[in-house]
Design a protein around this ligand. Structure first.
Ligand SMILES: O=C(O)CCC(=O)C(=O)O
Length: 301
């Protein structure tokens, strides 16, 4: 019997304990970082994890990429290969936080959570997590997209993505690229996540087409980049001899409501349309004053 870590709305290990003991102010973004995010729609270079935390996450990730792992049924979504190109592989899964301690506890890591609070401008609630892994030599693309096009079942739009590198992410191994200022564009139709990299171009206006200038965001392992839910982003293939792995945390401003009577995530009880997103699967992480687990006494270390 596998333990569902979603039952625990606090860290279950001491992996982030030393960070939780620091003052939240020590993780604050500067005003110029906040201004950069508002103007460009993304913010790179956030030190979210130390080397030890990266190592722990990597070691927990490998076994849960195996579909035969006993915790596999806890994922909301699991694709050993989502790539539409049969010669390429894109591992993509949602729900790893329910399966292993580090992927669970990272939700409460202040290194990303305090900046998330500043960028959202209020209390931060968990939406869902994602794992995106591109193996060495034949890692597939993530086609240009806007995250909110996949999330319109929740609203009003007050969402934020934090993409965390578990390997150095480079132009050669498929780091995330952004279209600066595209967060000021309207919501575009879904044109696919793992097929033709460029299919979004078919729905761009002539002006957007002209302004479509990709900017790569290389990161060191442990660093993170935030993006706005409308910012267009994607990543190219990994042709290098090493994997490119990432953990993604998607959060919402507390008070965001369900806009559907259907389950918001596979296997999760529905939240009635018009009701605030909350409950077992959507813990409040930062209440506006503190990280919700920072006074939890059960963590050791
Ligand atoms: O990991 C990638 O290459 C893409 C990630 C992504 O699309 C996302 O975090 O929304």
């Amino acid at each position: 019997m596998v333990t569902d870590l979603a039952d625990f709305h606090h860290p279950v290990s001491n992996i982030f304990h030393s960070d939780l003991k620091k003052s939240l102010a020590s993780f604050n973004l500067t005003n110029s970082q906040i201004e950069f995010f508002k103007s460009e729609g993304y913010l790179p270079g956030i030190q979210a994890l130390n080397d030890q935390q990266v190592e722990q996450l990597r070691s927990e990730l490998t076994p849960i990429m195996d579909p035969a792992h006993p915790g596999n049924s806890l994922y909301y979504e699991f694709h050993t290969n989502e790539s539409k190109d049969p010669a390429k592989v894109l591992f993509h899964a949602l729900g790893g936080w329910r399966i292993t301690p580090a992927l669970h506890d990272i939700l409460w890591a202040p290194g990303y959570l305090q900046p998330a609070f500043q960028l959202l401008g209020g209390p931060v609630r968990f939406w869902h997590d994602q794992l995106f892994c591109k193996p060495a030599k034949h890692g597939g693309v993530v086609a240009w997209h806007q995250d909110y096009s996949y999330w319109t079942r929740t609203g009003p739009m007050a969402h934020l993505t934090c993409w965390i590198a578990l390997d150095d992410a480079t132009v050669d191994n498929g780091c995330v690229h952004y279209i600066p200022k595209s967060h000021q564009w309207d919501l575009l139709p879904i044109t696919g996540l793992a097929g033709d990299m460029e299919s979004i171009r078919s729905v761009l206006s002539p002006k957007q087409f002209e302004q479509f200038v990709p900017t790569p965001v290389p990161l060191k392992k442990g660093q993170a980049v935030f993006h706005h839910p409308l910012t267009i982003h994607g990543s190219f293939e990994n042709k290098t001899p090493n994997p490119r792995r990432a953990a993604v945390i998607n959060v919402l401003l507390d008070g965001t409501i369900s806009k559907s009577d259907e389950p918001l995530l596979t296997g999760v009880p529905a939240i009635a349309k018009g009701t605030a997103v909350k409950g077992k699967f959507f813990p409040l992480l930062h209440d506006g004053e503190k990280i919700c687990a920072s006074d939890y006494k059960g963590i050791r270390g």
